[in-house]
Write a protein that binds this ligand. Sequence first.
Ligand SMILES: Cc1cc2nc3c(=O)[nH]c(=O)nc-3n(C[C@H](O)[C@H](O)[C@H](O)COP(=O)(O)O)c2cc1C
Length: 212
Amino acid sequence: MKKIIIIDGGPRKNMNTAAMLAKVAEGATQAGAEAKVVRLYDLAYKGCISCLACKIKGRASNVCKFKDALTPVLEEIAQADGLVLGSPIYFGDVTGQMRTFLERLAFPWLSYNDYSMTAPKKMPVLLIETMNGSPERNNSQGYGSMEYCIAAALGQPEHLNAYNTYQVKNYGNFELAGFSEEAKRKWRDEHWEQDLLKAFEAGKRMAQHIMA
Ligand SMILES: Cc1cc2nc3c(=O)[nH]c(=O)nc-3n(C[C@H](O)[C@H](O)[C@H](O)COP(=O)(O)O)c2cc1C
């Protein structure tokens, strides 16, 4: 069975990023693929520690050799047929957990002999972001420089962003006066179901693509 690994780089189990990724998984499963969600915040792991074990002469590896809770995830991605990454935007970037994961994923791809980027295998990739910003006004740099690595090693990624998300379920309970709950509600009523549908369709499309 074809397998899609879905990496959740957000801390909240029942909010926007998790909901988008659950829909991707639902779409992929409906189309007949296996979809596995990995929650990075549930794992104890480090970023690249620069051990250079992946670049030892005669034993170079394009999968990270450092052993911790991320090891089985990185090994599973190496064998997977599709990859989905999802993260809330924090201070303009993906979360620290996502970035830390990406260091471990991508550094072994990079050859310091010729600067090529080679993953164990190419596969379709979907990059998801959720944020307060709007399509017209946002500070997201998304996956930033890591996107170049992903594109070079795995293939050009597809993008899906959910904008102006509900950051809390009840704005009245928090010091969040900079946001108009009314405007948030209007946006959510007009966009959120569509965002979830787009996530479902993207998961389904990826599964159909890898099974074709
Ligand atoms: C620490 C922190 C920093 C944030 N920084 C930004 C930001 O720079 N830009 C933005 O548009 N949203 C920002 N947000 C809002 C989140 O990206 C947004 O609420 C997101 O949908 C949360 O995802 P979740 O519901 O899956 O946790 C920030 C939220 C937090 C907690």
